[in-house]
Design a protein around this ligand. Structure first.
Ligand SMILES: Cc1ncc(COP(=O)(O)O)c(C=O)c1O
Length: 424
C-alpha cells in the first residue's frame, strides 16, 4: 500500500516510487510486475458499469482500486510509469503513448477543433513540422508560425482563434531556448475564461524532467518522446503527455479513441530501467557534453558550437534560470549542435567519415541514448523542412552524448576532422 514519500529527494523517489503507489498493491514485489493482460475480469455487471462510469475522470494517486477494464483504456504497469513521470514533472497526470509523435499529436488533437488556430515556433522536430503543415490544414486547423525566442513576435501572432502555443525548448536541433515563464504568461493573458482558453504546450524531450520542469514555470501541457532520454537505452518507442487534471478527460478520451497507447511491455522497461537511472545518466552525459563542446570550440575547422552549458551560449542567463535539476543544480542537458566552417571542411563529408571510421560515435537519428549519436538534421530528422525556412542555412551537425569516455568521443571526432580538413 502507499507509503509516504514526503521529504525524500526526487532522485530517491524515482527509484522507489513505483513500489509505493495506491494504484496497485504489489507490496511483496521489489521490482514492479510486468502485466500482460489485454482485458480484465470484471466480476459483475455493476463493477463493469463502475469502471466505464469512472473512466476518463481524473483520479488522484491516493484513490485506491481503479477498475481496470481493457489495456487500451488503462492498465497497471503503464499506470505506474505514468505516476512516476507525472511526479517527476510535477504534473497532475501523465498519459503514455505509443510514440513521441502519438503524444505530440494527442497534446494538440485533444484540445483543438476545426476553425481553431495554433501558433507554433518556426523550428520544431521535422515530423511535428510535417504534422502541422501537411495534416492540420486538412482538418481545418490553421497554423501560424512565429519566432518563440522573441516574445513580442509570439504576442503579435496570437489572434482570436488561437487555442495553443506550441514549441520546444531546447529547440531541436539548434538548442535555442524559449522563455517558459514568458510564453506561459502570454497564454494566460490571451485566455478569456474556460471557453476561450489558450494553452501553452511544450515538447520538453531534449531537457527531460530532470533538466527542466515547465509546469513549475506555468506551462500547461508537457510532451516527451519517451524513446529518448527517459527510456534512455534506445530499446523502446514511447511518448507522454503531462498536464493539469482538468485536461485529463480530453487527453485520456483522445488516447482511448485514437488508440495510440503505450504497450505495458515497453512501459515496464522504461519504468524499471529508464526512469530510476535518469539522474545518473544525464549527469554523466552533461559532464561529457561540456568536455566535448569545449574541445569543439577550440577546433579551427569548427565555426560555431551551441551547448547551453558553455559560458558563451547566447541565452546563458535563460539557461541558468530554467534548466535546473532535481536538486537545483544547473542542468544544460546532453545535446550539442555545431557547424563546420564550409571553407575548411564539408559537414556531410565529416559525418560520413565518422560513420565509416569512428568506434564510439554512431551515425543514427534519435538521441538520449547510452551511445553517442551523430546526424545532420537538415538532411535527416528535419528534412520535412526541405532546406527551407529556418533550416535553409543550417548545414549543422547534431550530437547526442552517450555514456562513453569524453576522451574517446573526442578521439573519434578529432580523427574525422583531421581526415576531412581541406588544408592539410
Ligand atoms: C523533440 C522531439 N519530439 C518528438 C519526437 C518524436 O518522438 P518518437 O520518435 O518517439 O515518435 C522526436 C524524435 O526524434 C523529437 O526529437
Amino acid at each position: 500500500m502507499a507509503r509516504k514519500d514526503e521529504g525524500y529527494k526526487k532522485t530517491t523517489r524515482i527509484v522507489h516510487g513505483a513500489a509505493r503507489t495506491a494504484r496497485w498493491d504489489y507490496s511483496h514485489h521489489v521490482v514492479p510486475p510486468l502485466t500482460a493482460s489485454t482485458t480484465f475480469r470484471l466480476e459483475s455487471v455493476a463493477r463493469g458499469a463502475r469502471g466505464f462510469t469512472e473512466f476518463g475522470s481524473f483520479r488522484s494517486e491516493e484513490t485506491a482500486e481503479p477498475v481496470y477494464i481493457y489495456d487500451r483504456l488503462d492498465e497497471p504497469t503503464r499506470g505506474l510509469l505514468e505516476s512516476q513521470v507525472a511526479a517527476m514533472e510535477g504534473a497532475d497526470f501523465c498519459l503514455a503513448f505509443a510514440s513521441g509523435m502519438a503524444a505530440v499529436s494527442a497534446s494538440l488533437g485533444a484540445v483543438l477543433t476545426a476553425g481553431d488556430e495554433v501558433v507554433a515556433h518556426t523550428l520544431i522536430y521535422g515530423c511535428t513540422h510535417s504534422l502541422l503543415t501537411n495534416w492540420y490544414p486538412r482538418l481545418g486547423i490553421k497554423v501560424k508560425r512565429a519566432d518563440f525566442t522573441d516574445l513580442k513576435a509570439v504576442a503579435k501572432a496570437i489572434g482570436p482563434r488561437t487555442r495553443a502555443l506550441y514549441f520546444e525548448s531546447p529547440v531541436n536541433p539548434t538548442l535555442d531556448l524559449v522563455d517558459l515563464r514568458g510564453v506561459a504568461e502570454l497564454a494566460r493573458r490571451a485566455s478569456k475564461g474556460r471557453r476561450r482558453r489558450v494553452l501553452s504546450v511544450i515538447d520538453s524531450t531534449f531537457a527531460t524532467p530532470f533538466c527542466q520542469r515547465p509546469i513549475e514555470h506555468g506551462i500547461d501541457l508537457v510532451v516527451h518522446s519517451l524513446t529518448k532520454n527517459i527510456g534512455g537505452f534506445g530499446t523502446e518507442i514511447g511518448g507522454a503527455v503531462c498536464g493539469p487534471k482538468d485536461l485529463f478527460p480530453d487527453v485520456m478520451g483522445y488516447r482511448k479513441d485514437f488508440g495510440g497507447v503505450l504497450s505495458p511491455k515497453a512501459a515496464w522497461n522504461i519504468l524499471v530501467y529508464g526512469v530510476p537511472t535518469i539522474p545518473l545518466r544525464i549527469k554523466r552525459q552533461q559532464y561529457t557534453a561540456l568536455q566535448v563542446a569545449r574541445w569543439l570550440e577550440s577546433q579551427p575547422l569548427v565555426e560555431e558550437v551551441r551547448y547551453p552549458g558553455l559560458d558563451n551560449f547566447p541565452q546563458r542567463a535563460l539557461a541558468l534560470k530554467q534548466m535546473r535539476d532535481f536538486d537545483g543544480g544547473f542542468a544544460p542537458g546532453n545535446m550539442i549542435y555545431f557547424r563546420l566552417d564550409p571553407r575548411r571542411a564539408s559537414g556531410a563529408r565529416f559525418v560520413d567519415h565518422v560513420a565509416k571510421h569512428a568506434y564510439c560515435v554512431t551515425l543514427a537519428v534519435s538521441l538520449g541514448h547510452t551511445k553517442t549519436l551523430i546526424e545532420m538534421p537538415s538532411a535527416m530528422t528535419h528534412s520535412a523542412y526541405a532546406g527551407s525556412g529556418p533550416m535553409r542555412e543550417h548545414g549543422g551537425i547534431r550530437l547526442s552524448i552517450g555514456l562513453e569516455s569524453p576522451v574517446d568521443i573526442i578521439r573519434d571526432l578529432s580523427a574525422s576532422l583531421k581526415a576531412v580538413s581541406r588544408r592539410k
